[in-house]
Design a protein around this ligand. Sequence first.
Ligand code: EPZ
Length: 418
Amino acid sequence: MQKLVIKGGAPLYGELVNQTAKNAALPIIAACMLTEDPIVIKDCPHLKDIDAMLNIMRHLGCSAYFDGDDLNVCCRDVTLNVINADLTGKLRSSIFILGSILSRCRSAYISHPGGCEIGLRPIDLHIFGLKALSVKIEDDGGVICCDGSKMKSAVVNLDFASVGATENLMMAGALLDGETVIVNAAREPEIVDLAQFINAMGGRVRGAGESIIRINGVKKLHGCTYRPIPDRISAGTYLAAVALCGGDALIKNVVPEHVFGITERLKKSGARLTVKNGAARIASDGRPRAVHKLETNVYPAFPTDMQPQFCALLSCAQGSSVIVENLFENRFGYTGELVKMGAKITVKDRIAVVTGVDGLHGATVKACDLRGGAALVIAGLKADGVTDVIDVEHIDRGYQNIEQAFRLLGGNVERVNR
Ligand code: EPZ
């Protein structure tokens, strides 16, 4: 077990190169199964979630190895189509691999991924969508048995614009005769990136980024070399840290329109921000202003994956703010840890009321999930004194070497074995 020891209270100055997007790389790795040819994923981030995904791919018979930051994946020999509980338990979002296994093997057996710290994470939309493609599915609550021997293209109407379900259906339709249409598709940048990856393999996906995606199946897909998009959430996390602590920093490797929902709120909280030429420059006096109400929602609204980090920012704002979490039913677990540092936050169901305080003080706090853990790190950078963030493994799921990133911004952060 490891912890981060953070000596806070100082503004942040410096620059860093932002990582490639975890939530783009994960479905792209799954989509490698759509071809027998080798694939190179450039600048793939070194993350625990990526490692968990690669273990699932290797379990199925694929080869996968890093050559520096480039990830080489080859699914020439897919020898298995069964994903058991210990694999799905380590990566609940792995459910979207169903679509690529069904495209390749036409049958699949996957254990229920189960819930996680931020919510139940149901998969009813995934099941509904695959059934609409005539996949026969039996689900005894433990193992989901999928028979895709008679699967065929269709129009699929999603009740909710689920990111994972959209990804599953894009991969399920990529090699299906005819046109699969996803109505009410997720519009996140990671969806567009997956479509561009499938098209780079010779696929025919149109409309990604809009609410209607059309996938015209092809007979075969070929290998390619592909660089996924930058991570809009890790970029937002570093920007929120500077907005909270004060300072002046340059975050390189950022796509402006992908972070627009984040940077506009940071500006409203008083930070001075410009995003151009693939980089975001932020300056702040470290005294953020409250935002009357902040609601999370699907892209391009304010992203749920930035909610905890923004709550840490607002905990030291002048005035009170209300945060409404519309995506996940249990995503305020981290607030109790911020209160240990002096924050004033009350939570009821999906609403948090944050009363800004003049400052925070160091404490020993526990990361309970990926983004909640990141929120504790930026709060520690703000706090006077020393903050120990334990269970840093949660944070390593989605941030590549977070202590190194903040040291590049002048933060005093050390990783220590407990
Ligand atoms: C993706 O999760 C991301 N993960 C999440 O990031 C992100 O928070 C989420 O999209 C929303 O943007 C990856 O891309 C690996 P959803 P996903 O399906 O696909 C409900 C992080 O921190 N739902 O859009 O699971 C669900 O309960 C992670 O990097 C159903 O009801 O998100 C939730 O309320 C956390 N039935 C909402 O939809 C379903 O079948 C959003 O889920 C599927 C989802």
